[in-house]
Design a protein around this ligand. Structure first.
Ligand code: SAH
Length: 368
């Protein structure tokens, strides 16, 4: 690749270099023109990125060879180095460890099921929410990811599916969950921009349906309200983990700021505006939050605030290294699920992929 004078930003500590995905179509055309190229090259680049899922200048044969390296270096610099890929579940679950330009490590997890494939993506490096049962929460926040860093995980996942890298032959990446590292609503603007780039049709985006994207939050109420105002069709997931404030104050420390009732009111408004059911995430922890009375109270509260617009996802706790907590025994789990359903609220147990490769819920900590 030709070396270029850095005409754009001086190195911005933490933030990645300028990237097409972070720019509006007008900004892209201006950036291309600054390089002395025809503005329509911006659309060609976007087609390569969003349509063909490539950032390899060699593959861009519709752009003169003399211009390709310059355009790619300036508008589509490599954002990540793949450090490692590990698989389990007979190859149908694959975790990718990525290193960003500043050495920051993040992870994403691709899961193939019959008829669909889901990518679990990171929105931050680390997380500042400090939930005591979550590996990422223990490590603290390193920094926000840029929009391009969020979207590039999806581009790579979509290319892997298209190229048949997981058993089952070529397929399509159908679902995205913001359930990797980080609290997406603490990086709200970039996450919303990323949803547009993931969901808008080619060449403005990767063309994945908004309805197939889930944004999961600890319950940052003002950010839930801002998300509501965006008028997106993405699914909202709320990590509730217990219906009572007393315990939630420790399990999800941000509860000290926004209580269960406020979170559920905001979730209700989101459901009303979008017409979409809200997922209520509930990591079931032995002798901590798995009591029958909590199942009953959960159903009662969800009926009150969300009516039929709630679906509880029970996640058997994945113990993280050094954790004193464990998953509930199966009979206790079954009874919990039964009581929530009997209380009039849909409740199912989430399958837990990726356990042997530290890729299961709450285990992403990118220790290198
Ligand atoms: N910060 C966001 C998204 C990331 S975590 C959120 O909290 O919603 C995705 C889900 O995995 C959350 O529901 C989280 O509480 C859950 N989780 C975290 N650690 C876990 C663990 N050790 N076992 C099971 N679920 C866990």
């Amino acid at each position: 690749m030709t070396s270029l004078p850095l005409v754009f930003d001086a190195p911005r500590r933490g933030l990645p270099p300028r990237h097409l995905v972070d720019l509006s179509p007008d900004e892209r055309r201006a950036a291309v023109a600054e390089l002395g190229e025809k503005p329509f090259r911006a659309t060609q680049l976007a087609n390569h990125y969003f349509g063909r899922l490539t950032v390899d200048p060699e593959a861009m044969t519709d752009i003169p060879a003399t211009s390709r390296d310059k355009l790619v270096a300036s508008l589509m610099p490599s954002l990540f180095t793949v450090i490692r890929k590990v698989t389990c579940d007979e190859g149908t679950t694959r975790k990718t460890l990525l290193r960003a330009h500043d050495g920051t490590l993040i992870e994403s997890v691709l899961m193939r099921y019959p008829g669909r494939a889901t990518l679990c993506i990171s929105s931050q490096a680390g997380c500042g929410m400090a939930c005591p049962f979550c590996a990422t929460g223990q490590a603290g926040l390193t920094r926000n990811l840029s929009t391009a860093e969020i979207v590039d995980q999806v581009r790579m996942g979509a290319a892997a599916m298209r190229d048949g890298e997981l058993p089952g032959g070529p397929g399509r990446l159908s679902n995205i969950v913001f359930m990797g590292m980080g609290e997406p609503l603490a990086n709200l603007r970039r996450v919303i921009d990323a949803v547009h780039r993931i969901c808008d049709p080619v060449p403005e985006g990767l063309g994945i349906s908004q309805r197939s994207v889930t944004v999961s939050t600890v319950g940052l109420v003002p950010a839930i309200r801002k998300l509501t105002d965006e008028g997106l069709q993405v699914r909202l997931a709320v990590s509730l983990h217990t219906p009572d404030d007393e315990l939630r104050d420790t399990l999800v420390p941000v509860n000290n700021r926004w209580k269960v009732a406020e979170v559920l009111e905001a979730a209700r408004d989101y459901a009303d505006k979008t017409g979409r059911r809200v997922s209520i995430e509930y990591a079931l922890i032995r002798d901590i939050n798995d009591h029958p009375w909590r199942a009953d109270l959960l159903a009662k509260l969800l009926r009150k605030y969300l009516g039929q617009l709630a679906h509880v996802n029970v996640i058997p706790l994945n113990p993280t290294p050094g954790s004193k907590w464990d998953a509930s025994p199966k009979p206790v789990e079954r009874e919990f699920v039964r009581r929530v359903n009997e209380g009039g609220v849909a409740c199912t147990v989430r399958d837990t992929r990726g356990q042997e490769i530290a890729a299961a819920c709450g285990q992403l900590a990118a220790e290198g």
